[in-house]
Write a protein that binds this ligand. Structure first.
Ligand code: KIV
Length: 272
């Protein structure tokens, strides 16, 4: 069967809204380049996130903080060229939207103009509301992100589960409502108790996509390198591995090295 998805209906923010209304779960994954985006898109994913996790899995940084707007745009351009169906959301990187709504709008406009993506995502609630509203006022769809927000890792000091305490849980509930009222089309909830995530998903009418937030939300997102088993060092409880590409790739490369050294590659058929 061909994996080409030509003439399929593009997923839009409205489609996601309809999916929530019908109780259909939304499947979202990250991608950072043309080739993986093409595979992920043709396999039927609804939303592709060009996440600032590119800073970790593509560039090898310890945190998401170093990645720049230019680098995010470069990743997003490749993803856009590889996709026919998915809605493509791009993370606004650290330092491009906090505390400066004009700067936030300029950053979001650059992403939309230079990459051709369909929406942006940013981390935080009340503290970034000015930026969210200003971006939305330009007609750019915004996805929120609450719970564990990796751009604030030096404030948290650790990647443990967030909002276990009443005060933080209450703040998260109210931030979700604020993001909805501002006009966000969806919210990611990262690494929070499943019960809280379920309550939040029921309290808002926009889709809530979880990562480490249990199954009773409107959709799930994972980092593609983690779920394909390319990275083996990252093993949080919420991660399910659907492949062991680490094994496949290192095995294939080791065979290639062996064949080159033994003069087995190339053979007479593999030359001109
Ligand atoms: O950057 C990213 O990959 C993300 C997901 C973990 C939601 O924000």
């Amino acid at each position: 069967m061909s994996t080409s998805l030509k003439n399929v209906r593009r997923v839009t923010t409205h489609v996601l809204q309809e999916m929530k209304a019908k109780g259909e779960k939304i499947a979202m994954l990250t991608a950072y380049d043309y080739s993986i985006a093409r595979l992920v898109d043709s396999a039927g994913i609804d939303v592709i996130l060009v996440g600032d996790s590119a800073s970790n899995v593509m560039a090898g940084h310890e945190t998401t903080l170093p990645i720049t707007l230019d680098q995010m745009i470069y990743h997003a351009q490749g993803v856009v060229r590889g996709c026919e169906r998915s809605l493509i959301v791009v993370d606004l990187p650290f330092g491009t939207y906090q505390g400066n709504s004009k700067g936030a709008l300029n950053s979001a406009i650059r992403i939309m103009k230079e990459s051709g993506a369909h929406a942006v995502k940013l981390e935080g609630g009340k503290e970034v509301l000015g930026s969210v509203e200003r971006i939305l006022s330009a007609g750019i769809p915004v996805m929120g992100h609450l719970g564990l927000t990796p751009q604030s890792i030096y404030k948290f000091g650790t990647y443990v589960v967030r909002a276990k305490e009443q005060e933080e849980a209450d703040r998260l509930r109210s931030d979700a409502l604020l993001l909805q009222q501002a006009g966000c089309f969806a919210i990611v909830l990262e690494k929070i108790p499943a019960k809280l995530a379920s309550e939040v998903a029921k309290s808002v009418s926009i889709p809530v996509i979880g990562i480490g937030a249990g199954g009773d939300v409107d959709g799930q997102v994972l980092v593609v390198h983690d779920m394909l088993g390319i990275n083996t060092e990252f093993n949080p409880r919420f991660l399910r591995r659907y492949a062991d590409l680490h094994e496949v790739i290192t095995g294939a490369v080791a065979n290639y090295v062996k064949d080159v050294r033994s003069r087995n590659f190339p053979n007479s058929e593999e030359q001109y």
